[in-house]
Design a protein around this ligand. Sequence first.
Ligand SMILES: O=P(O)(O)OC[C@H]1O[C@H](OP(=O)(O)OP(=O)(O)O)[C@H](O)[C@@H]1O
Ligand SMILES: Nc1ncnc2[nH]cnc12
Length: 171
Amino acid sequence: MDLKDHIREISDFPKPGILFYDISTLLAHADAWQVTMGRMAKAARAYQPDVIAGIESRGFLVAAPLALKLGCGFIMVRKRGKLPGGTVKHTYQLEYGEDTVEIQDNAIEPGQRVIVVDDLLATGGTFGASVELLRKVGAEVCAAACIIELGFLKGRDKIDVPVHALMTYDQ
Ligand SMILES: O=P(O)(O)OC[C@H]1O[C@H](OP(=O)(O)OP(=O)(O)O)[C@H](O)[C@@H]1O
Ligand SMILES: Nc1ncnc2[nH]cnc12
């Protein structure tokens, strides 16, 4: 099955000049979503992870079912200010300005093997920061996985673990 048939491309969202790759149509198609999660699980299983970390918010939609499929725990990498209790933060640079990701300080036990998961890899800033954050709380980050990679943005160059994408767009 060609999963690209289930991705909707929307021009000029959220800003003029951006071509938005919408996974809503993939999620809404039961067979295509089953195939997607099967392929994600196949790639992820090879790393024998203990924990799957999902990146807010679309990453949660991919990471939570993946964790269930693999029999792993699921943890959340969230945007600033959303998590209760003790947290650890990591701030990273955007093209203009900066952003912060956050995780609960007890989310993992030191040395646990973690795969970090999102729906889409663009510039790599979000994945790169999430890998650093997970390391701050003692994770052994063994891979990053996503459904879509925007290859022309070279985001994987910012991620120092193996990156798995189910599909790549080159423009
Ligand atoms: O590789 P990058 O350039 O960092 O971009 C990729 C990130 O951007 C999108 O999230 P967004 O911030 O739109 O949030 P959402 O998941 O809540 O829609 C996407 O889901 C990734 O998390
Ligand atoms: N072009 C794009 N489509 C969907 N999500 C994105 N996140 C960052 N860039 C994106």
